[in-house]
Design a protein around this ligand. Structure first.
Ligand code: F0G
Length: 474
């Protein structure tokens, strides 16, 4: 376990940041009114949604913790940026602004905008993966793995074991296990491995970061074997903040400096601008080598749009460029992660089993320990997310057996060790009072947990089933 900086820690057990009271580095200029619902209305709504929170109408939701993706509040500057949209089909001004931002903050040479992260995953997978290839990664992400598979590759998990243990307090549970990677290289040969996909932070492990030390070791190893490192840098600023707080030698560096240092250790990245970069839509693929760029910029015109807009309006590219700059401000990141931590600590005080250390983009409730009377094929996390909605109108989502899907060869469910309900925090959207309401609701459901029954799946889509599957109560 890498050394951590003593100075920054109040509590070694929880990895929480020592702090005085803090507040957000912004004030509110406009509000969005919410509809309040009754428990009877919510019971009806979730039944009609097949007990899948993705199928609820957002209007029927009070506090929406479904995702941190595309749900952030843009700043006044970003909204002003929308008015600067140059909606030319080719060569829009905003493309060049975005390209400059990507080069400045991330250091990558070539940029291909895409409509969102998975568009970039498609281009990268189609450009680099050949049938029969192996793509190691630090835990799967749903869309990333699917694009690798659709391109003919097979994903292999090489994350450290601690990542699969919701109670391990390892400060960098996103780390790659170099021994596991080495075993994959020995078994298949480096020629079968077009790249290793490294997510910073690791969403499915609970928003857990990768250390700089681990990335440096990985760079050394992959350089020796001629393997590319492709980042999924969807939440890179959050990862950088954790490095600043936890890793020896980084407490004096800014989030912006650490972000750049991470990118400099890699060959390229896919990016969903809908998270860190504080926009409602957008993403990109960025690479350093011309051949990959050339192939992907040829494919982008098939799947997304011309290579200078890739499925985005000019105004979207402008807002993303501004959001990238805002995302690496230390004060922003402190408030962002601080809010997640505030909620996590409240839940811990109430005795709720959550993934520790508290991650970057949300709180992940351990549904196996919350509902030990349910077996995993009774979909405990799915059932718990439905109950939370009924209790208070708080919308969360399943990250367990439903999200994991089925093995394409055998057709069996994957049974992931982690069966989680994710309370994902939009950026700059909710207040501390909202956090208190959420914590009280989870505590109330916990008090009545023995009454919660499992679910059976009555409709299952072929791809990414968690989005559209439907259930009935057992
Ligand atoms: N990679 C990671 C780590 C993600 O979390 C996501 C999206 C993507 C890639 C794909 O990006 O949505 O822009 O196409 N995660 C969202 C979530 C959907 O709720 O976790 P996208």
């Amino acid at each position: 376990m890498p050394a951590t900086t003593e100075r920054n820690f109040a509590d070694k057990k929880t990895m929480s940041i020592k702090k005085r009271s803090w507040a957000e580095p912004f004030k509110i200029k406009m509000v969005e009114l919410l509809k309040m619902t009754t428990p009877a209305q919510r019971r009806k709504a979730i039944r009609e949604a097949g007990y899948n929170t993705f199928l609820l109408k957002s209007e029927d939701v009070y506090i929406d913790l479904l995702t941190d993706s595309g749900t952030s509040a843009m700043s006044d500057r970003q909204w002003a940026g929308l008015m600067m949209g140059d909606e030319a089909y080719a060569g829009s001004k905003n493309f060049y602004t975005l390209e400059k931002a990507v080069q400045k903050y991330y250091g990558y040479k070539y940029l291909i905008p895409t409509h969102q992260g998975r568009g970039a995953e498609n281009l990268l997978s189609q450009s680099l993966i050949k049938k029969g290839d192996i793509v190691p990664g630090n835990m799967y992400f749903t869309t990333t793995r699917l694009h690798q598979e659709l391109a003919g590759g097979t994903f292999v998990d090489v994350i450290i074991d601690e990542a699969h243990d919701s109670q391990s307090l390892h400060p960098f549970k996103g780390n790659i296990d170099i021994n596991k990677l080495d075993a994959v290289v020995k078994k298949h040969g480096a020629v079968k491995i077009p790249y290793i996909c490294v997510a910073v932070t690791v969403n499915m492990a609970g928003g857990q970061p990768v250390s700089m030390e681990n990335l440096k070791l990985l760079r050394e190893y992959t350089s020796k074997h001629g393997i590319k490192i492709m980042l999924d840098m969807t939440r890179i600023a959050e990862n950088a903040f954790f490095i600043q707080q936890r890793e020896a030698g980084y407490s004096h560096k800014s989030v912006a400096e650490i972000v750049r240092e991470i990118c400099d250790l890699t060959d390229g990245a896919t990016f969903s601008g809908k998270k860190d970069a504080l926009v409602n839509i957008g993403g990109f693929l960025a690479v350093n080598d011309f051949e990959t760029f050339e192939e992907a910029s040829n494919l982008v015109v098939v799947y997304e749009g011309l290579h200078t807009y890739g499925g985005l309006a000019g105004r979207d590219m402008e807002a993303m460029a501004i959001g990238i700059a805002e995302s690496v401000h230390d004060e922003h990141m402190k408030a962002r992660i601080g809010q997640v931590q505030y909620l996590g600590e409240k839940l811990q005080e109430a005795g709720i089993p959550i993934v520790l250390p508290i991650g970057g983009h949300g709180i992940f409730i351990d549904a196996k320990r919350f509902l030990p009377h349910l077996t995993q094929d009774q979909f405990p996390a799915q059932a718990l997310a439905a109950e939370l909605y009924i209790d208070s109108g708080v919308r969360t989502m399943e990250r367990g057996i439903v999200s994991a899907g089925r093995n394409a060869q055998t057709g069996d469910h994957y049974y992931p060790k982690l069966e989680l309900v994710r309370l994902t925090m939009p950026r700059r959207v909710y207040t501390q009072a909202h956090m208190d309401v959420i914590a009280e609701s989870v505590a109330n459901v916990y008090k009545n947990r023995k009454k919660i029954t499992g679910l059976k799946m009555v409709y299952e889509p072929r791809y990414l089933r968690f989005f559209q599957a439907q259930f009935e109560k057992l």
